[in-house]
Design a protein. Structure first.
Length: 395
C-alpha cells in the first residue's frame, strides 16, 4: 500500500507540474528569432554557466544552487542560465531575467540553447538534478560539474535508476562537488576529480542584521521572555521537534521562534499542541531573514541524527555566524568543523549549552570567532574554489 501511495503522489505531482507549465510551454512554440539573437549577442565572448538545479528559483528557500548562480553572475564577462524544471513556483516563458547576467531558462526551450551559445567563450554545466540528465545530450558544453548536494535518498522519487544515473554522472563529470565529508567519501569510487565544497553564507547580507528591526511577527513578544531561540529553514522529518518542545516546556521563560517552509506533514502534526512559547512563522523571503536574526539570542540547528543529516552541511550556520548569533546545533558531523558552534548531545545538554551561549552573546572573543568563521565560509570563496578546480583540470 505504501508503494502505491508513493507512486500515486509522484504521478499527481507530475500532472500538477505539467498543467501548471502548459500555458508557458505552449507559448514557447512561438519564440521569436529576434529574442534568440538578442541572447546570442549577450552570450557572445562570455563564459556561460548552465545550472540545472534540483529546486525552483522562487521556492521560499534560497539555497546552494541559487547562491552559486548569483555569485557566478556577479563575475566579469560571465552569463548564467538557471534551468528549473518544476514550474511549481517559476512561471515564465522561455527566459526571465533575474538580474544582470542571470536568467531563468526553460528546459522546454533547450533546443535553442546551442544557437544562443554559438559565440560563447566557453560553456560549463553545473548539474544537481538526475531527473534532467537527458538534457546533457542536447547541450554543447565544454565542462560538466556535478554537484552532489545531499544524500540522494532524500528525494521522494529515489529509486535504483536514480542511483545509477547519480553514479554515472560522477564518472562523466569533469568535476564532482561534495558538500559534506560523508558525501565526499561516497563519491571517491566514482569521481574523476573530486572537491569538498561545503555550503556557505552571504556575509554581506547577514552581517548587517544588527541594523534591522526585529521582524514584526514576534517583535511584540520579545520583551516578555528572558531569551529568544530561533530557527529558520525546512520543517521536515529531520527536525528535532521532540527536543524543541521539551525545552520549551522546561524553559517557559524562553521564546522559541520557528520560521519554516513546510516540507512534509511532520511539522503540522508535531506542533499542533506545542507550548505557547513556541511560535511558528511561515517561510519568509530570503531578504527578510536578517530581521528574524535581529531578534534571536541563539540561532538553532535542531536536527535529529539520521542518514540524511549525517551528510548535511547547513547553509544557515554560516548566515547565523555572519549575524554574530551564538549557534546551537545537534551533534551534526559537519557542525563539528566549527569552533563557534556548540553542539548538544541530548535534551538536558541542549539547555546546558544554550545557557552557556547566552552568557557569550556579548563576549568579544566569541564574537570574533563567529566573524572569522563566517568570513572563511562565503559563497564567493566557494565559487572561487570551484572555478580553480575546473581550471586545474585543464592543466
Amino acid at each position: 500500500m505504501h508503494g502505491f501511495v508513493a507512486a500515486l503522489k509522484k504521478t499527481l505531482a507530475r500532472c500538477s507540474r505539467f498543467m501548471k507549465g502548459l500555458p508557458y510551454r505552449t507559448m514557447e512554440a512561438f519564440i521569436s528569432e529576434k529574442k534568440i539573437e538578442q541572447l546570442k549577442k549577450e552570450a557572445s565572448g562570455k563564459s556561460v554557466f548552465l545550472i540545472i538545479p534540483c529546486i525552483d528559483w522562487n521556492i521560499p528557500l534560497f539555497q546552494r544552487p541559487h547562491q552559486i548562480a548569483w555569485e557566478l553572475s556577479s563575475l566579469d564577462n560571465t552569463l548564467v542560465f538557471f534551468l528549473p524544471d518544476q514550474y511549481q513556483y517559476d512561471n515564465f516563458c522561455f527566459v526571465k531575467m533575474i538580474k544582470d547576467n542571470l536568467y531563468l531558462y526553460s528546459i522546454s526551450a533547450v533546443k535553442h540553447i546551442n544557437k544562443i551559445l554559438t559565440d560563447s567563450l566557453n560553456v560549463t554545466v553545473i548539474m544537481t538534478w538526475t531527473r534532467q540528465v537527458h538534457l546533457l545530450d542536447k547541450i554543447n558544453y565544454d565542462k560538466l560539474v556535478y554537484d552532489f548536494v545531499d544524500e540522494i535518498t532524500l528525494f521522494y522519487y529515489y529509486d535504483e535508476q536514480m542511483k545509477k544515473i547519480h553514479e554515472e554522472l560522477m564518472k562523466k563529470a569533469n568535476l564532482t562537488l561534495a558538500t559534506a565529508d560523508r558525501l565526499f567519501e561516497k563519491a571517491k569510487p566514482f569521481a574523476k576529480q573530486l572537491l569538498l565544497c561545503e555550503n556557505a553564507g552571504d556575509y554581506n547580507l547577514f552581517s548587517n542584521s544588527k541594523n534591522y528591526d526585529v521582524n514584526k511577527s514576534f517583535a511584540d513578544r520579545v520583551n516578555d521572555y528572558n531569551a529568544v531561540l530561533g530557527y529558520y529553514g525546512c520543517l521536515a522529518y529531520w527536525f528535532d521537534y521532540e527536543t524543541v518542545i521539551w525545552v520549551a516546556r522546561k524553559k517557559p521563560d524562553w521564546l522559541i521562534v520557528l520560521v519554516g517552509h513546510i516540507f512534509d506533514e511532520t511539522a503540522l502534526t508535531a506542533l499542533t499542541k506545542s507550548p505557547p512559547n513556541i511560535i511558528r512563522v511561515p517561510a519568509q523571503p530570503y531578504i527578510e531573514l536578517p530581521s528574524f536574526l535581529a531578534g534571536f539570542d541563539i540561532a538553532l540547528v535542531p536536527f535529529v541524527i539520521n542518514e540524511i543529516t549525517l551528510s548535511t552541511s547547513p547553509v544557515k550556520i554560516f548566515e547565523y555566524m555572519a549575524a554574530g548569533k551564538p549557534v546551537l546545533s545537534s551533534d551534526l558531523p559537519e557542525c563539528r568543523k566549527y569552533k563557534s558552534i556548540y553542539r548538544y548531545q541530548d535534551q538536558e545538554d541542549f539547555i546546558t549549552k544554550a545557557e552557556q551561549l547566552l552568557s557569550l552573546r556579548h563576549d568579544n572573543d566569541y564574537q570574533s570567532l563567529l566573524n572569522k568563521e563566517a568570513l572563511d565560509n562565503t559563497w564567493s570563496a566557494r565559487v572561487e574554489s570551484i572555478l580553480k578546480a575546473v581550471s586545474d583540470f585543464d592543466a
